[in-house]
Ligand binder design. Structure first.
Ligand SMILES: Cc1cc2nc3c(=O)[nH]c(=O)nc-3n(C[C@H](O)[C@H](O)[C@H](O)COP(=O)(O)OP(=O)(O)OC[C@H]3O[C@@H](n4cnc5c(N)ncnc54)[C@H](O)[C@@H]3O)c2cc1C
Length: 377
């Protein structure tokens, strides 16, 4: 019997569990370690931030999925891995032995330095798994703001997640507190938005930000939260009452103390088989995996890796050679703009409209429904 340990219930592991539920392996015992019985599905998060669906509609029921795959679920985050002997230590003190392990624990971000008092309210967009707690706490604070006046909301980070979440959050705040004038600002360290996207999608996102009355500040790298705002790397001070921190993804800090090889962002270095470099029988996928060349941190890549990982896990447990994974050259990104519209972007192609938003919602709902038992509300 091979002991297979899945660490984190990210998008790829959800697909692995689905694959093992459909085609069980009698010689593999699966254990899943997760910090939560419900896992956030990234594609649906912007719709929830904009108030268009319930939180539950954005979550994968990990416990139900484990049951289908006949996997043991342990609800406690992994906090340490030993490769000799092979075990993972959990926050609850338990140690779980494994023959084969796979990491799908997502990413986090580096929080800004915080100097002084009366700092702006901060909403860190990563880790995604606990974003709902931070967003609900912020909404609660906002419900206690005095009537009237102006609030400046500053998004820091000009990637797809930064642009999309700023527009979604502003849409929801304007709806929640129409008595307040909500001003939007976006800081982008680069001189363009959506790194890696074509000219047309970039133009569409700029147009959507402008429609949402958001002023974009290019070549401004937000660095520190200061009294009443944000200081940039070149010492510019910008006023802000609320700051959405959506800078680039980095690996979870506890991995730095592990024997696993990490890249400069703290992601676990992997080969094209998804196996960790120099660590046979240990795999990493999704945001936490560091490829050469690097891949964008987007849920769509984690999803594409899932079925391939399932296959390689079966092969490694049988002692057979692994198959290489070839990342897609281009992927479709569907970016919500907070006004019940979205932008579809693929390479140089871009289009926007209400139908794109409806299409995105249908794709995401169908994806989540694969894993969840029917809702009972
Ligand atoms: C606000 C926001 C919006 C985004 N919108 C989109 C989008 O629309 N489309 C898109 O493609 N991408 C989007 N992204 C990017 C996307 O979220 C990530 O690329 C994607 O979630 C990565 O998937 P994953 O499976 O690697 O990890 P995750 O989805 O983050 O899953 C990791 C899981 O591991 C668990 N975990 C973490 N640490 C531990 C531990 N120590 N032990 C056990 N379990 C642990 C977490 O609870 C989580 O369930 C967005 C990102 C952000 C921040």
């Amino acid at each position: 019997m091979q002991q297979l340990l899945l660490i984190g219930a990210g998008h790829a592991h959800a697909l692995v569990l689905e694959a093992f539920a459909k085609k069980p392996e009698p010689n593999i015992a699966i254990t899943v370690v997760s910090d939560n019985p419900l896992a956030a599905y990234s594609g649906s998060v912007p719709a929830w931030l904009a108030g268009e669906c319930t939180l539950r509609e954005t979550q994968i029921d990990v416990a139900a999925l484990c049951q289908r795959a006949n996997a043991r679920l342990i609800l406690s985050p992994a906090s340490m891995i030993s490769t000799q002997p092979r075990y993972v230590a959990l926050a609850n003190g338990e140690c779980v032995n494994f023959d084969v392990a796979s990491f799908n624990i997502g990413s986090t971000l580096t929080l800004p330095q915080q100097l002084g008092e009366s700092l702006p309210k901060l909403l860190a967009m990563r880790p995604l798994s606990s974003l709902h707690q931070r967003w609900l706490a912020l909404q609660n604070e906002i419900s206690h703001l005095p009537n009237g006046g102006t609030q400046r909301v500053m998004g820091v980070g000009g990637g797809a997640a930064g642009c999309e979440t700023l527009m979604s959050v502003l849409a929801q705040l304007r709806q929640q507190r129409p008595d307040i004038e909500w001003q939007g600002h976006l800081l982008s360290a680069a001189n363009e938005l959506l790194p890696g996207a074509g000219h047309l999608p970039r133009w569409l996102i700029k147009r959507a930000l402008s429609k949402a009355a958001i002023t974009v500040h290019f070549e401004q790298r937000g660095e520190t939260l200061i009294e009443g705002g944000v200081a940039t790397q070149n010492d510019k001070r910008l006023d802000a009452d609320i700051v959405l921190w959506a800078t680039g993804a980095v690996g979870h800090p506890w991995l730095a103390d592990s024997p696993l090889p990490l890249d400069k962002h703290g992601f676990i270095r992997v080969e094209n088989t998804l196996e960790v470099t120099g660590q046979p029988n240990i795999f990493a996928v999704g945001d936490c995996a560091g490829f050469t060349p690097a891949l964008p941190n987007a849920g769509v890549y984690a999803v594409r890796m899932g079925p391939h990982l399932a296959n390689n896990l079966r092969l490694v447990c049988r002692g057979e050679p692994l198959a290489p994974w070839h990342p897609p050259k281009r992927v479709l990104a569907l970016i919500g703009t907070g006004d019940r519209r979205a932008i579809a972007s693929r390479g140089g192609f871009g289009v926007s409209g209400k139908w794109v938003w409806e299409w995105k919602k249908r794709i995401d709902a169908r994806f989540i429904a694969r894993f969840n038992p029917p809702f009972e509300d």
